[in-house]
Design a protein around this ligand. Structure first.
Ligand code: ZN
Length: 103
């Protein structure tokens, strides 16, 4: 009956979807270009930042962050790193850990 009302609703939905898609594409492109962040796409092989063990080809997510954003946990030393090969601060990493002196 009210075609004008339906058109406005459809147009509003379309604009909203375009905005969301645009933001998503922008985030993916930005993080892919700068090679960091959780949105980018990394097609290059990565390795453990601590011991250099290559990441497994078939990734098995150990937690929700890895499931959602990529990254994996090193089988050799247990270091968790993201899809760019950057170490991720896990819950075990206390910010005020006594690192010891010297150096
Ligand atoms: Zn390692």
């Amino acid at each position: 009956m009210d075609d004008d009302g339906a058109m406005i609703v459809v147009a509003a939905l379309a604009i909203g979807m375009v905005l969301v898609l645009g933001i998503g594409v922008f985030l993916v492109v930005r993080d892919t270009v700068r090679k960091r962040g959780r949105w980018g796409i990394n097609l290059q092989p990565v390795q453990c930042p601590a011991c250099g063990t290559p990441a497994p080809v078939i990734r098995r997510p150990r937690n929700w962050r890895q499931f959602l954003w990529g990254g994996c946990t090193c089988d050799e030393c247990g270091t968790e790193y993201d899809k760019w090969g950057q170490k991720v601060r896990g819950p075990d990493d206390e910010p005020n850990t006594a690192a010891g002196g010297g150096g």
